[in-house]
Design a protein around this ligand. Structure first.
Ligand code: 5GP
Ligand code: ZN
Length: 114
């Protein structure tokens, strides 16, 4: 359930430090190392799931919970608006292959994203 070569698994285990903002038995959320907005948080399952297509039907509740945690964190931080996205595979901009949602807020978002 954990990949020792995966940077986010190492954050989950505490081997690599991160500015954690939320944790429960299934999920952790922490500040991105290179924030792209005043608020930039990553919401990730503790279990090593490489990306969205690897999510099993029986894990749909986990996905829903990740989104809800993201929204609650954004509301708690008091940003006026925000975006929650999952870059998926290289062409989708994914660079860390452990499923995560980006929560971005605290500035005007533009569309389309690059
Ligand atoms: P992706 O490119 O896969 O959508 O998102 C990966 C994100 O993880 C990037 O925004 C990157 O800045 C962030 N990141 C990569 N390594 C680390 C790390 O060691 N710690 C933290 N907090 N964020 C990281
Ligand atoms: Zn992992």
């Amino acid at each position: 359930m954990s990949d020792p070569s995966c940077i986010f698994c190492r954050i989950v285990s505490g081997e690599i430090p991160a500015k954690k903002i939320y944790e429960d038995e299934q999920i952790i959320a922490f500040h991105d190392l290179e924030p792209q907005a005043p608020l930039h948080i990553l919401i990730t399952p503790k279990e090593h799931i490489p990306d969205l297509p690897h999510v099993k039907v029986e894990q749909e509740e986990l996905l829903g919970k990740m989104l809800l945690v993201g929204s609650r964190l954004a509301e708690g931080e008091g940003v006026k608006g925000y975006r929650i996205v999952a870059n998926t595979r290289s062409q989708g901009g994914q660079t860390v292959f452990h499923l995560h949602f980006h929560l971005l807020g605290g500035r005007q978002m533009t569309w389309p994203p690059g």
